[in-house]
Design a protein. Structure first.
Length: 376
């Protein structure tokens, strides 16, 4: 129809069809991943990507085959299906055992009525081998400078072998064989370019998102990230009665570091303190995050921790920072912190109420001589 009515070659419409299929995948995947993040589901984006990608491509392969199953032209959509398999094997970064693909292949062969053909068995074994080899190439060479060449070095010969099985089964003309193989090579190249462009765009968005939620100097999370997290954790605590504790600290006499030694030394103090605290938090619980909420003020949120459980980590942070020596060109600086800690209580009507109580404890530590921990 595309040629007879609009004078558009079928290959051109095929290109747009394939790109449309993958574009819809990325749009729908991003929606699902965003939905999972919004609801704080404990499922990684890699898991969503793997399982949704497989399901999406399996449904696509089966659906398109229904148009030609049982016909003498049942090979017509094979390039579309091979591109879907290449996408899963190389671009989705799937972490799953290869033997789990065997049942999918067998079900497809039953669906397609090809169990009785020896050529179909040869095609299936070649296809499975293609998937495994391409997946291994991706793992070893995905970030290599010659990754595109390795990708095509696998895709081109395997594509030829797969089409050769179809040639033996359906006995179509050699011209058709060479034409379909060439189309597959072109599809493989376009897919690589297309996904590379999308990946670059995704990486850029991730960098921008990290920039928006992280402090550039200390590489901790910033006040905007703190605000978003405390609102969620506060609501969760009130809904499920899950304990929540907050630690707030600032660096004692920080202004003197800047005034006496300059802002470069002040920045180094901030960086070293943040790095030390993050190390202590990671050793205790990798899920704990440090937030820079002011100039020299930092917060740590402890979801699921009551006051007693938090105190152990707080004391480790306190001791680690207070034993720090920061070397400058002129002298060795000793750093100390003042700390306020509190657990959420029923009278806290908002995250700000909770914050203010912790801030009040920090103020008491500073007023009573600094280098102290005040807890209520």
């Amino acid at each position: 129809m595309t040629w007879s009515h609009w004078q558009v070659p079928p290959f051109i419409t095929s290109v747009f069809f394939v790109l449309g299929v993958f574009t819809f995948y990325w749009v729908s995947y991003n929606w699902i991943a965003s939905w999972a993040r919004t609801r704080r589901l404990k499922i990684s984006e890699e898991t969503i990507n793997s399982w949704y990608g497989i399901i999406y491509m399996v449904v696509f392969a089966f659906s398109i085959q229904t148009l030609v199953v049982g016909k003498s032209t049942a090979w017509e959509f094979m390039n579309f299906q091979l591109i879907a398999i290449i996408f899963c094997a190389y671009f989705l970064k799937i972490h799953m055992p290869y033997y789990s693909l065997v049942p999918i292949l067998l079900v497809y062969m039953v669906f397609d009525g090809s169990l009785v053909y020896w050529q179909s068995w040869g095609h299936a074994i070649t296809l499975l081998t293609f998937f495994v080899v391409l997946n291994q190439v991706r793992r070893k060479f995905y970030d290599h400078r010659y990754a595109p060449l390795m990708y095509m070095a696998v895709g081109i010969p395997f594509g030829g072998m797969l089409w050769l099985w179809m040639k033996w089964k359906f006995d179509f003309a050699w011209l058709t064989f060479w034409q379909e193989w060439l189309y597959l090579v072109i599809f493989e190249i376009l897919l690589y370019i297309y996904v590379s462009m999308l990946s670059h765009d995704t990486e850029l968005k991730l960098r921008l998102a990290k920039f928006a939620s992280h402090d550039a100097l200390t590489h901790t999370r910033n006040f905007a990230a703190y605000t978003e997290t405390i609102e969620y954790l506060f609501d969760e605590s009130h809904t499920s009665n899950r304990p929540l504790t907050m630690m707030m600290f600032d660096i004692d006499h920080f202004k003197q570091f800047n005034d006496t030694y300059g802002h470069a030394i002040g920045d180094k103090v901030l960086q070293d303190v943040a790095s030390t605290v993050q190390t202590v938090l990671a050793e205790n619980d990798p899920k704990l995050q440090l937030y820079r909420t002011g100039g020299e003020e930092f917060n740590v949120l402890f979801p699921g921790y009551d006051l007693d459980a938090t105190n152990r980590v707080v004391k480790q942070v306190f001791m680690a920072v207070n034993h720090m020596n920061i070397h400058s060109a002129k002298t060795v600086l000793q750093v100390s912190i003042s700390v306020g800690v509190s657990e959420i209580v029923g009278k806290d009507q908002s995250p700000l109420d909770f914050y203010n109580r912790v801030d009040h404890n920090l103020y008491r530590s500073k007023r009573n001589g600094r280098m102290q921990i005040t807890t209520d």
